[in-house]
Ligand binder design. Structure first.
Ligand code: UDX
Length: 439
């Protein structure tokens, strides 16, 4: 089987490579010549554990190819995946579909044989229908179908999420399209992965509803953690206690400084907008969006509150800049709110992130004079008034507390990911602030 994947970002590159690993012949296409040149050599533009090895392996085994010429890449392809970016549109929060429509137009002009055009990118409800219309208008003679096959990949575990998914969702309009996609995902049958075949609009809504529900769980436990602080409860035990109910489930109930990333913030906003357009507002998700925004701002105030008041400029250490561990992605990371606020409160910052330093520097150029970019957590803690854990990278989970104590000016730790045991930290002579766990 041969397929084309248009777009080599997180979704396109991971999907294309994993399909190749399934034994499919895959051509990944991108307009970015530089990127394609690097990909042909197995040089990956993103940090995604295991991806580089898998790309190199499938290039070597001649199942994975990269090129900039869409027309050539389409020859003989039975499925053409559109996996281009769908960022939030400036100003109104709707998904920007210009890249999706541009890809659809180019496919319409160049496709010579029947193929299923598959929206892999997260696209608003009704986009599949719109893509079908665009292609039909440009090339009325063409035989094709349009399907929806949303991805549920988490950054940092994208390969595992693709190879061992909880489910595959396919929205298609006829048996012919369904059969091609069924064949493509055949390797998952061995894992007995549930494959849901449904209408296109239903598949499109499933993606938004899934992300919005997960975002709701996070906003919920973040607000519960605030209440725990007020009533003297322990949010970690609340998470365990409710998560043991099979109807709730224990995942995505870890309180933190607010969710970030390239999906939750964008997808919740896009779904809220779509619902408003259809006069069926999603009030709950509107509250989730608002709650999350407020959460990031409240974290900055919490840090300031933990630092002794005197008129000297404070040095604050920040461990973790990316929106989550095992990625270099800074999109909507809480650090993008917290760092500027601390700088504006006359704090000097010493920061470290295992993978995100390069990406982070691009986001904090105007604060550069107030930020020292450090090589590790200990260098970041030198002479600091407080150390903030913002992203729960594994290497921050067992820091040498004695070493930290000697390096820091004040022994204050503000753990916004609850990765430490409060008792252990206090026994080591630190003032310890975490979330939802008054000791
Ligand atoms: C998410 C969805 O999980 C994935 O299915 C979808 O395809 C893309 O969006 P991703 O954004 O990569 O994946 O990361 P995820 O692991 O879901 O975390 C999203 C945000 O929620 C991060 O900022 C993370 O720190 C936060 N989070 C997650 C919490 O604060 N608490 C939790 O319990 C889980």
């Amino acid at each position: 089987m041969k397929i084309t994947v248009v777009g080599t970002g997180y979704v396109g590159l991971v999907s294309g490579t994993c399909f190749a690993e399934f034994g499919v012949n895959v051509v990944c296409v991108d307009k970015d010549r530089e990127k394609i040149k690097k990909l042909k050599k197995g040089i990956i533009p993103i940090f995604e554990p295991g991806l580089e090895e898998l790309v190199k392996k499938n290039i070597k085994e001649k199942r994975l190819f990269f090129q900039t010429n869409l027309s050539e890449s389409l020859n003989g392809s039975e499925a053409v995946f559109i996996a281009v970016g769908t960022p939030s549109r400036r100003g109104d929060g709707h998904a920007d579909l210009s890249y999706v429509y541009a890809a659809a137009k180019e496919i319409a002009k160049n496709l010579k044989n029947y193929a299923v055009i598959v929206n892999k990118s997260t696209v608003p409800i009704g986009t599949g229908k719109e893509v079908h219309k665009i292609i039909e208008e440009i090339n009325p003679q063409l035989e094709f179908d349009v399907a929806s096959n949303p991805e549920f990949l988490r950054e940092g575990s994208a390969i595992n999420d693709f190879m061992r998914p909880d489910r595959v969702v396919i929205g298609s309009e006829n048996q012919r399209a369904q059969n091609i996609l069924k064949e493509l995902y055949r390797p998952l049958y061995l894992l007995e992965t549930p494959i849901l075949f449904t209408k296109r609009e239903t598949a499109e809504l499933i993606k938004y509803a899934a992300n919005s529900f997960l975002a709701t769980k996070i906003a919920f436990i973040n607000e519960i953690s605030d209440l725990c602080e007020k009533v003297g409860a322990n949010v970690s035990d609340v998470s365990i206690g409710i998560g043991l109910d099979g109807r709730i489930g224990k995942k995505f109930l870890h309180p933190g400084p607010g969710y970030g990333g390239s999906c939750f913030p964008k997808d919740t906003l896009a779904l809220v907008k779509t619902a408003q357009d259809y006069k069926s507002p999603l009030k709950l998700i509107e509250q989730v969006v608002d709650s999350n925004k407020k959460r990031k701002r409240s974290m900055y105030r919490r840090i300031l509150k933990a630092i002794p008041k005197d008129n000297s400029n404070k040095i604050i250490s920040i461990l973790g800049l990316t929106f989550k561990p095992n990625t270099d992605d800074m999109r909507d990371s809480p650090s993008l709110d917290i760092i500027p606020s601390l700088v504006k409160s006359n704090c000097k910052l010493r920061v470290f992130d295992p993978e995100g330093m390069l990406e982070a520097k691009k986001n904090f150029l105007k604060y550069d004079s107030k930020i020292t970019w450090c090589k590790n957590a200990y260098e970041a803690s030198e002479n600091s008034d407080a150390l903030v854990i913002l992203t729960e990278w594994n290497q921050f989970r067992a820091l040498d507390l004695n070493k930290l104590k000697k390096l820091m000016k004040r022994q204050i730790i503000i753990d916004l990911r609850n990765i430490y045991n409060p008792r252990e930290i206090k026994e080591n002579g630190f003032e310890y602030h975490s979330i939802g766990r008054s000791i």
